[in-house]
Design a protein around this ligand. Sequence first.
Ligand SMILES: [Zn+2]
Length: 130
Amino acid sequence: MENILDANNASLVLITRNEKPNRQVIDHFLLKEFACRDMSEIVIISYKLLHHLDIARRMYGKPMIITSGYRTVSYNKNIGGHPYSHHLTGNAVDLDIPEDYSLEKSLVTTCMTVFPYCRVMTDYIHVDCR
Ligand SMILES: [Zn+2]
């Protein structure tokens, strides 16, 4: 299947995940990393998020592991996500916190510098382009 650019919102990319899950969407990030964990076929990623992730990855200079990307409404509900979560619009990702403290500090600093919104949780860092 072809990639579909949502004509109603140029900032969003809608791609069926069955197409090429290993397709690189930007340097260091594959399509499957953004896919909803419920195995749904549609993945929504905003260009704004990709832009910020790209800058953050270059600044950080190390692998960044996405633990949650796009979420469908039902999946978000199941995991107790906020009803208006930015994950629903492809505008947010959660990043794994590295075990190494200096890497953790570096990742947190990077995220706080680059993303319009960043919240450090116990196990992950939520970043979004609200
Ligand atoms: Zn999040």
